[in-house]
Design a protein around this ligand. Structure first.
Ligand SMILES: Cc1cc2nc3c(=O)[nH]c(=O)nc-3n(C[C@H](O)[C@H](O)[C@H](O)COP(=O)(O)OP(=O)(O)OC[C@H]3O[C@@H](n4cnc5c(N)ncnc54)[C@H](O)[C@@H]3O)c2cc1C
Length: 399
């Protein structure tokens, strides 16, 4: 199997690389690179620039804004985007609800929602998990009872990422409690302005507000907001989760972080030299780079197989990519924290400007500890790594 890019693929890489680095505002890319919080506006600006170039949803069907790219081009696009520290187009819009509506929604739903999803005119969040229904998602209890032309929704969702910004939420709800649990679930689109919805923040270990609990109390949802058929929501959810795992290894992101760590370590003073003089630190950086290279080759193998067979079905090997990719993301945040050293304990205000200013400025050291803590999540969401091991055991090892 030849894993080298062709001349055309190299030209494509140069084209997207140059676009990302010249068209997306440097301040937004700097925030991503330093692990600082992006505002809602940052996401919107960045996604609209991509959408104006027809690159916000290249994996969608052509008629709804997709591109006729090969799996290898898609891979190059995402990796270059991550390495340029461009925010990924909003996952909930572009990789979750958009593809579900494009595949299973009515024509009216497609026309009404898809262009706004691609342009981030509407911000969507994902209402799947509930207290007691995470890994065992099919046990969800949020109820939707049909009353005339409405569903009346009651229940609770949790861990809803960036729900505080959302205009809409896509939810899995129980429409038939009398059948096998997977067979009684439906996929509903709910306007967040509907009376009866309460959003309550959850502050995570990094001190930030990223996730929420969302409560539904007698929320009336028009029946035209049902996607596909009633009680077929589990099929659509499986389709969505397969999309969610695509590209979840985030190799480009880890590569960008490692390159930054190397640059910074050569400036961070330790004793009479710099952190880069420390052989143990260098060996750990090298070990992560080797593992990243191996992961990249695994990812290329998966992409090359997809290219050859033309299959768009999720490859169980993506579970390997999820496990290894998320572990490496965590390791890079540990190395970054180490590079920040004692600076990571203090905020810029506490240190004060002057001789104590760390190399590279205060922004990255301020973000180092929150980024480290925040990245503990990556082995949990998108299907926890333990669940991915179960998938590998079943689908690859045949256990
Ligand atoms: C930061 C963050 C953001 C999230 N954002 C969203 C969001 O926007 N929308 C949304 O719907 N959900 C979201 N989630 C929820 C996420 O999908 C769930 O946390 C995840 O599916 C795990 O479910 P749980 O938290 O209920 O843990 P549980 O399922 O209770 O699992 C607890 C532990 O037991 C292990 N475990 C469970 N079952 C098995 C098994 N069969 N075999 C082996 N080990 C097992 C798990 O791996 C885990 O370590 C988010 C989660 C986090 C942490």
């Amino acid at each position: 199997m030849d894993l080298r890019f062709t001349e055309e693929e190299n030209a494509f890489r140069d084209e997207v690389r140059s676009f990302f680095r010249t068209e997306i505002p440097a301040e937004i890319r700097r925030k991503v690179s330093e692990g600082r919080r992006l505002s809602r506006e940052d996401y919107v600006i960045s996604q609209r620039i991509l959408n104006a170039r027809d690159w916000a949803v290249p994996h969608w069907p052509l008629e709804w804004g997709g591109q006729p790219w090969t799996p290898i081009q898609r891979y190059i696009f995402t990796e270059e985007l991550l390495q340029a520290a461009v925010p990924l187009p909003l996952q909930f819009n572009c990789y979750m609800v958009g593809p579900v509506i494009a595949a299973f929604g009515s024509e009216e739903q497609k026309k009404r929602f898809l262009p706004r999803i691609a342009n981030l005119d509407d911000w969507w969040c994902q209402g799947f998990s509930e207290p007691g229904a995470g890994s065992d998602l099919a046990s969800l209890k949020t109820r939707a009872l049909r009353e005339g032309d409405f569903y009346v929704v009651d229940g609770q969702k949790t861990w809803t990422t960036l729900g505080q910004y959302a205009d809409w939420i896509f939810c899995l709800v129980r429409t038939d409690p009398t059948v096998k649990k997977q067979a009684g679930i439906s996929f509903l689109l709910i306007d967040m302005k509907t009376p009866g919805i309460t959003v309550r923040p959850i502050i995570t270990i990094d001190g930030r507000h990223e996730v929420n609990e969302i409560f539904f109390d007698n929320v009336r949802v028009p029946i035209e907001n049902l996607v596909g058929e009633e009680n077929k929501g589990w099929d659509y959810a499986k389709f969505l989760l397969a999309n969610e795992r695509t590209g979840i290894a985030r190799i480009g992101l880890s590569k960008e972080r490692i390159a930054r760590i190397k640059r910074l370590a050569k400036e961070v003073p330790v004793g009479t030299g710099t952190l880069w003089d420390n052989r143990d630190f260098r060996a750990r950086v090298a070990s992560v780079e080797i593992e990243l290279k191996a992961l990249e080759i695994t990812q290329m193998r998966v992409v090359a197989t997809q290219s050859k067979t033309g299959s768009s079905k999720p490859d169980p090997a993506s579970s390997i990519l999820k496990i290894k990719g998320s572990e490496l993301q965590q390791t890079t945040t540990e190395l970054l924290l180490e590079a920040a050293g004692p600076y990571a304990l203090l905020t810029g205000d506490q240190i004060g400007a002057g001789p104590n200013e760390p190399p590279g400025g205060f922004d990255w050291v301020d973000a180092a500890a929150p980024t480290y803590f925040n990245n503990r999540k990556v082995t949990i969401y998108g299907g926890s790594n333990e669940i991915q091991r179960n998938v590998i055991a079943r689908a690859i090892l045949g256990l």
